[in-house]
Structure formats: C-alpha cells, structure tokens
Design a protein around this ligand. Structure first.
Ligand SMILES: Nc1nc2c(ncn2[C@@H]2O[C@H](COP(=O)(O)OP(=O)(O)OP(=O)(O)O)[C@@H](O)[C@H]2O)c(=O)[nH]1
Ligand SMILES: [Mg+2]
Length: 413
C-alpha cells in the first residue's frame, strides 16, 4: 500500500511538471532551481530521502554526521571552516519503504570564506529534513537562520552537540533557553547528540515518516518553483495586458470623440469591451470566445454597478446637456457646437477611464478562471493527509504563509 502512494505522487508530479512547458528564457532564468527540482523529483522516484546538516562553523556538523555513519567520512578539525563545500554520503539504515538515506554536510553558514553562501542555503533548503546543529545556547544569527528555514516551511530538528562540555544543570538551562527562543506552536524537537540518542531518534523518524516527509517536501519544492515561474509569467503578461487595455481605450475614446453627436453608443462600446476581454483572455492563455466573454462582462457590470455609479451619473448629465444642445441646434444655427468640444473631450476621458477599469477587472476574472484548472502541487499538498501528528506542522506553516503572501493581485494590470 505504502509503495503505491509514493509512486502515485511521483507520477502525478512528473505529469504536472511536463505540462509546465517552460520557455527557453525561463529554462535559463530558473536554471539552478530547475536542476534542484529535477534532483528532488529523481530522489522521490528513487525513494531517497535527504538529510542536511546545517549550522554555525565549528559546532560539529561533520562530526555529528560521522557519528551517525559510524565512520570518519567527513573531514573535521578544531579550526573553523574545515568544510568548504556541500558533500553527500549514503547512510545505511534498515527501512521498509525508503531505498536510501543521503546525508549532506555543509560549510558553516557564518563562515566568511565560502564561495556561494546562497548556494549552500539553497542546497540545504532542498533537504527533506534539516539537522540544525548547535553546540550551546542559540545566538542571534542562529535564530535568524532557523526562522528563515521555518518561513520556507522546512522540517527542522535542532541537535545539541558537544554536550560533554556542560554539566547536567547547565545542559538543562541551555535546553530551556533554546526552547524559549523557538516558536512554541511548532514544537521543534531538540535532540541531544550523546550515545545513540540522535541515531535512534532519526531512525524512528525516517522509518515512520520518511516516505511522507520526502513526498511532502517534493510537493513543496514543486509549489515553490511553480510560484516563481507563475510570478514571472504574470509580470510579463501584465505588461502585455496593460498595453492592450491602453490600445482599446484609445479606440473607444476616438470612436466616442469622432462621433460626438450620437449619444453614447452602447452597442458599439459593448463590442469594443467584449473584444478587449477576448484579447485579455488570450494573453492569460484562456482564449475565451462569445458567450464566455459576455458572461465575464455581465459579471463585472453587475458587480461594479456601485463603483460605476458616479460615472453613470456624469454620463447621464452630459447626455442631457448634449440632448439640450441637439434640440436647440436648429434655433441657434450651429452655435451649439461651441460648447460641444469640451464635452467630447470629457466623454473621451470617461471612455478611457471606464475601459481601463473594465480591463483591470476583466483581467482579474480571467486570472481567477485560469487558476484552478489542473492539478497543481499546491492542491496536492493541501489534499495530503498530514495533520495526524506533530511531525508535519511545518507544512501547515508553509501553507498559511504561502496563502497570505501570494495573492498575485499586484501582478495584474
Ligand atoms: N568536546 C567535543 N568536541 C567536539 C564534539 N563534536 C565535535 N567536536 C570538535 O569540534 C571541532 C569542530 O568539529 P567539526 O565537526 O569539524 O565542526 P563543523 O561544524 O563541521 O565545522 P566546519 O566544517 O568548520 O563548519 C572538532 O575539533 C571536533 O573534534 C563533541 O561532541 N564534543
Ligand atoms: Mg564541517
């Protein structure tokens, strides 16, 4: 049964990824993220979980991993900055569902001589579990790093190393202080690295939840990448949509201004409005026609009656003035055209203004329609059953943060 679930998620994700259809520009722009995600997808397929060690220089990251491996694989030294780049090693533990466990060693985040600190963070950020290693109470920098990992929705296990340097009372105080500094609602585990404590804890977590942590992290990585791609696409479309709306408002303004004697041409203006909606829908990849554009138009008109009320009022009063001018024209023999100039200009201005509003609202409607049309990693993540234990609280944090940060409205015209 368990086997099936990871396979199913893998094929869903893979199929989704194939529908994204990246442009060459996107491929080069998101190159690093795409590589990382492909690796994540590969690890999901191979059922290979990744655990990354992260922390300050010299806290004993390499030593802790060697302790788990029961072998001195990673170089350790009393001098800070021993580890200069990310290194991986396989950890053989007995597990029924996962095929392998990969341990990742990293340079200290505070070590000033690393070539690409961003790359280290990003690499660690793609781990399914992060062992945040400390050798005493948390300082401000460590806390900042932990908080950004939390914000990124990562699963963190704080590991307290070098415990032999403290007596029992000191150790208790340190743990209390760390607990106090960490967010209470997340219940981040603090595990002491002594004897087989960490190894037993990690083995248990991996055996019980490894498969799920790997799957959820893959969905999360997909969602993060998708958000970035989506944002960039929306920004590009925003420019195109803005110029299209501009073009249509000019057309409308000129028809109104060219035809000043005809009272606001509702049929003509409706044709322009629906053509605009249809153009906008093409920009947002929906390609709406006939009935659907009319529906959007109707939705907007009904929803925004109040918003447009003042406009309608202005229109009516100008139309009245026009009517009066028209009626009086034969008697004044053309004199009535004198005050007509400014009215045409105002009407044109109203046409521009209302077309812009219509365009903006239509884009919002079209964007709403274009959203939930296929299986997205976000929907898969939301529908996953991860509420049952304390282990997956980071996913809830991720989903909450994601929804408050990404409404995309600011990227619409
Ligand atoms: N007393 C004590 N020393 C330790 C412990 N673990 C590691 N050390 C020592 O701490 C020093 C640094 O250990 P490393 O494992 O190289 O630390 P690191 O975090 O990988 O350091 P960088 O790679 O430089 O960032 C070494 O001299 C280790 O022998 C421990 O549990 N107790
Ligand atoms: Mg090291």
């Amino acid at each position: 049964m368990k086997e099936l679930k990871i396979n199913k998620n893998y094929s869903l994700l893979k199929n989704w990824w194939e529908t994204i259809d990246l442009t060459n520009y996107e491929k080069s722009f998101f190159n690093r993220e795409i590589i990382s995600f492909n690796q994540q997808l590969f690890r999901l397929k191979e059922k290979k979980i990744r655990i990354g060690a992260y922390g300050k220089s010299g806290v004993g990251k390499s030593s802790v991993l060697n302790y788990l491996l029961k072998e001195d694989i990673f170089k350790t030294d009393i001098i800070n900055g021993t580890t200069r780049k990310i290194q991986a090693e396989e950890w053989n533990i007995k597990d029924q569902t996962l095929n392998s466990v990969e341990l990742l060693d990293s340079p200290g985040f505070d070590f000033c001589d690393i070539k690409c600190p961003d790359k280290v963070y990003s690499c660690i950020n793609h781990s399914d579990i992060i062992l945040f290693i400390v050798s005493g109470d948390l300082n401000r920098n460590e806390l900042n790093e932990i908080y950004s990992l939390i914000k990124d929705g990562k699963k963190i296990i704080v590991t307290l190393n070098k415990t032999d340097l403290f007596n029992k009372i000191e150790l208790k105080e340190i743990i209390e202080s760390i607990k106090f500094k960490l967010p209470k609602d997340l219940n981040i585990p603090i595990i002491i690295n002594s004897e087989n404590n960490l190894k037993n804890y990690m083995t248990k977590i991996i055996n019980q939840y490894g498969e799920k942590l790997l799957t959820l992290n893959s969905l999360q990585s997909a969602d993060k990448l998708f958000l970035q791609i989506k944002e960039q696409r929306l920004k590009k479309r925003q420019k195109l949509a803005q110029s299209t709306i501009g073009k249509f408002s000019t057309i409308k303004a000129s028809t109104v201004a060219l035809n000043p004697l005809i009272l606001f041409d509702i049929a003509g203006s409706f044709a322009i409005d629906t053509a605009l909606i249809s153009e906008l829908s093409k920009i947002y990849g929906l390609n709406l026609k006939g009935e659907s554009t009319r529906k959007i138009f109707k939705n907007i008109s009904i929803n925004n009656l109040f918003l447009g009320a003042t406009q309608v009022g202005v229109n009516i009063s100008f139309n009245l003035i026009k009517k009066v001018i028209l009626l009086t024209a034969p008697f004044t023999s053309g004199l009535s055209l004198v005050p007509y100039g400014p009215i045409a200009i105002i009407q044109a201005a109203i046409a521009i203004h209302s077309t812009k509003i219509l365009g903006k609202l239509a884009a919002k409607e079209i964007f709403k329609k274009s959203k939930a049309s296929f299986i997205e990693p976000y929907i898969m993540l939301q529908n996953s059953n991860f509420n049952e234990t304390e282990i997956f609280k980071h996913i809830n944090i991720y989903l909450t943060k994601r929804n408050s940060n990404n409404n995309f409205v600011s990227f619409l015209p």
